[in-house]
Design a protein around this ligand. Structure first.
Ligand code: ZN
Length: 347
């Protein structure tokens, strides 16, 4: 008998961009309705480079969460060479700041404050390693001489390897991994884990580029081959504790995506969980979905496991899935690469 519903330990999103101002107000409900907690990225227009800015951003988010909703925002700091050692020590015992995020300069939206010389950051890595603060990494080089499809691979071979060799006990999350090479590298390293997004699990660069260009699938790091996608799926459905969900949901209004110079970023929060259930079901791996979306991330971040479950139901006919949301700056398309989606959250 085919399963018609599934009760899943509450999921967490270990990588999300909630933005700020009116976009924050519009997109936040899609995260707190789908997830029990989320790790919120710090690349605002004024990057969240210290504890006080993170606390202000946290308060802005909390003000918009209705009292009856149980949702925990986990915050991140944006790593710059100006971050003080004392701030890192304070992060190590902070109630809700859970990681420090490193962006190579210019790698993605609002990353102009990122590093250009890794050595400058070594004194900070030393403190993070000593105090057990997690380093979250956007793992791509930004050198224009490196092909865009090779940037993660080159980052892993050069910069990431160098960081691991110098700081073997530093706990690192390589964010939004895209390739079979990355999966293999993660498996070999003791202190390294990785987030994987819905879109890297569900679409490849042919889907984005071969039959007309599909700007709504354009993201950073860019989609890779079908072989890479399948390696990511195997990692996700394996249950291996090193891999967990980080949607990297990153809203941009359609006018900024469908443009002669479109922005990278995919808004995936609203359908992230039902799409993943369908993916795991298609791979006969529903028994592993809790590892990927509910357990592994919490274990890596040292948090207690959830004990409440949420029910998702499988309908006999495709559900009327949300296609876009309206904001005062325009519409934002919701990621859904499947022609037919059968799962939805039970209300
Ligand atoms: Zn991101």
């Amino acid at each position: 008998m085919e399963k018609r519903y599934i009760d899943i330990l509450e999921p967490d999103d270990w990588h999300v961009h909630l933005r700020e101002g009116s976009i924050l107000s519009t997109v936040l409900p899609f995260t707190y309705k789908s997830f029990a907690s989320a790790l919120i990225m710090p690349n605002l227009e004024t990057p969240v480079t210290n504890i006080s800015l993170a606390e202000t951003y946290y308060s802005e988010i909390c003000r918009q969460i209705p009292r009856e909703i149980k949702f925990t925002p986990h915050m991140t700091l944006y790593l710059t060479s100006h971050l003080s050692k004392q701030q890192i020590i304070n992060v190590s015992t902070h109630q809700y700041i859970k990681a420090i995020k490193m962006y190579p300069k210019g790698a993605t939206t609002n990353s102009d404050s990122g590093f250009s010389n890794i050595i400058e950051l070594y004194p900070l890595f030393e403190v993070m390693e000593k105090y057990g603060v997690i380093l979250s990494i956007h793992g791509e080089v930004t050198n224009e001489k490196v092909d865009v499809f090779e940037r993660e691979k080159v980052f892993i071979e050069t910069i990431l390897t160098q960081i691991i060799n110098n700081f073997p006990n530093l706990r690192i999350v390589l964010e939004h991994i895209t390739s079979a090479d990355a999966v293999n590298f993660i498996k070999e390293q003791k202190k390294l884990a990785a987030t994987i997004t819905n879109h890297h699990l569900m679409v490849n660069r042919n889907i984005m580029l071969s039959k007309g260009i599909r700007p709504n699938f354009y993201c950073a790091p860019i989609l890779k081959t079908e072989e890479d996608r399948l390696a990511l799926v195997q990692a996700a459905i394996s249950g291996n504790g090193k891999f967990f969900l980080g949607t990297d949901s990153a809203p941009h209004v359609d006018s900024k995506k469908v443009s002669s110079c479109g922005c990278a970023g995919i808004f995936s929060s609203p359908l992230a969980i039902p799409l993943l259930i369908q993916l795991f079901e298609d791979h006969s791996s529903l028994n592993k979905i809790e590892n990927f979306i509910s357990r592994n991330g919490r274990a890596f971040y040292g948090l207690n496991q959830h004990n409440e479950r949420v029910r998702y139901v499988k309908r006999s006919n495709p559900v009327d899935a949300i296609k876009n949301i309206k904001t005062n700056q325009g519409e934002i398309t919701v990621f859904n690469p499947y022609d037919e989606l059968y799962w939805e959250k039970e209300n």
